[in-house]
Design a protein around this ligand. Structure first.
Ligand SMILES: [Zn+2]
Ligand SMILES: [Zn+2]
Length: 392
């Protein structure tokens, strides 16, 4: 019921019309007049309400008028807000390691180190005819031993746990791993586990999608991609952390590796059969760089060239050339399909000295629990994902 003064006369007439008794009507009219002063406050309230209503209506009109371009404005404001958020993200990512913020940073000390090393390596080819046959045999023996430190040791034993080894064999392989000097067992295994888990993504340390040079050596000349660090840090490395020999080798790696890889192999030919110190040193570098490049070929060439009889959906390929130099690690399509097979191949000793070595160690009781994939499983996988090509 409206009782404000402005609507009084009308309401009194309405009241008198609907009330049967004039007396009652007049009393109601009186009461209404008595209440009139109070209604001024109410009126103000209503006026305010009206003003608010008008304001609201005006706002509504304005909103309706701006409806056409309102959405556009809203979109613009949202876009601006998103831009601001993006800017804020950019600012935040400029300090935090993030894929968007990644810029390849060259590690110049590594570039210089590997450049000098490979200059000596190329020079060493010209010295091959000048060294004694003892030095040649010694260099070859060190090549095989250092290679086994990677293939039978860091790779098949410590990274993939594809067989088990007793302490004497593990010590032998840990020394061989120092002879190869490709980072400690712990670091090598961590990098390789990341490589298998995130193969050919940014989290792969030597992502072959970034080209042959990067997969071969380039990845060692630049800072690691943040994904390699982030995802590599989340891997379970507890088995290696709990192995005292591995952590001992990691702790004293630099002096041990320099001694076993360079200093001692330089002194042995000089001391035992009178080779010149310079040639002994050059042959040590020759053997070191040969093992490095054989290993790197697995990351580069064996990820690019060769057949895919086991899985056509992955890049790693069967590459016999790489197997020849890497003592059996070039059967890479098989290995990435069945990484826990201790042989990394279904062809036993064919171009695979590492498998022969592990079997010999098993024969004399040093290696055991060799894991392998049954012929049925291999053939089922080949039928499901393989290329259907003749394999070997
Ligand atoms: Zn690989
Ligand atoms: Zn592997």
């Amino acid at each position: 019921m409206r009782i404000e003064a402005t609507g009084l006369s009308l309401e009194s007439r309405e009241i008198s019309r609907f009330c049967p008794s004039r007396l009652v009507a007049s009393k109601l009219l009186f009461l209404a007049k008595e209440m009139a002063p109070q209604s001024s406050t109410t009126e103000v309230i209503h006026l305010v309400d009206d003003q608010n209503t008008n304001q609201n209506e005006q706002d509504l009109r304005l909103r309706k008028q701006s409806a056409a371009n309102g959405e556009e404005n809203q979109k613009q404001s949202v876009t601006k807000k998103e831009d601001q958020e993006v800017d804020e993200n950019d600012l935040s990512t400029s300090t935090a390691p993030d894929t968007k913020a990644y810029q390849m940073t060259i590690v110049w000390p590594n570039v210089i180190k590997f450049a000098i090393l490979h200059l000596i390596y190329f020079y060493s080819f010209f010295c091959l005819t000048s060294v004694s046959y003892q030095t040649l045999w010694f260099t070859f023996a060190c090549y095989v031993y250092g290679g086994l430190g990677i293939t039978a040791g860091a790779h098949r034993l410590w990274t993939h746990r594809s067989y088990k080894a007793r302490l004497p064999l593990r010590i032998f392989l840990a020394i061989g791993n120092c002879l190869a000097m490709e980072n400690s067992i712990y670091i090598w295994s961590r990098d390789h586990r990341v490589h298998h888990k995130y193969s050919e993504t940014d989290a792969d340390p030597h992502n072959a999608k970034r080209g042959f040079f990067f997969a071969h050596i380039g990845w060692l000349l630049v800072r690691k991609h943040p994904d390699v660090i982030n995802k590599g840090g989340k891997l379970d490395m507890s088995d290696l952390k709990n192995e005292k020999l591995v952590m001992f080798q990691d702790k004293y790696y630099i002096p041990m590796a320099l001694s076993i890889c360079i200093f001692i192999p330089t002194l042995i030919p000089w001391y035992f059969w009178g080779e010149s110190l310079w040639l002994s040193y050059v042959m040590a570098v020759f053997r070191y760089c040969s093992i490095l490049n054989a290993t790197w070929l697995v990351n580069s060439a064996a990820h690019m060239w060769g057949g895919h009889p086991y899985d056509v959906n992955i890049s790693p390929a069967e590459n016999r050339f790489v197997s020849f130099f890497s003592q059996g690690e070039g059967f890479h399509n098989y290995h990435h399909t069945f990484p826990h097979d201790y042989s990394t191949s279904e062809w036993r000793y064919s171009l695979n000295f590492t498998t022969l070595f592990i079997d010999m160690m098993a024969w004399c009781g040093q290696a055991y629990d060799r894991r392998s994939i049954s012929r049925e499983v291999v053939e089922a996988r080949m039928a499901r994902t393989g290329s259907g090509a003749i394999k070997h």
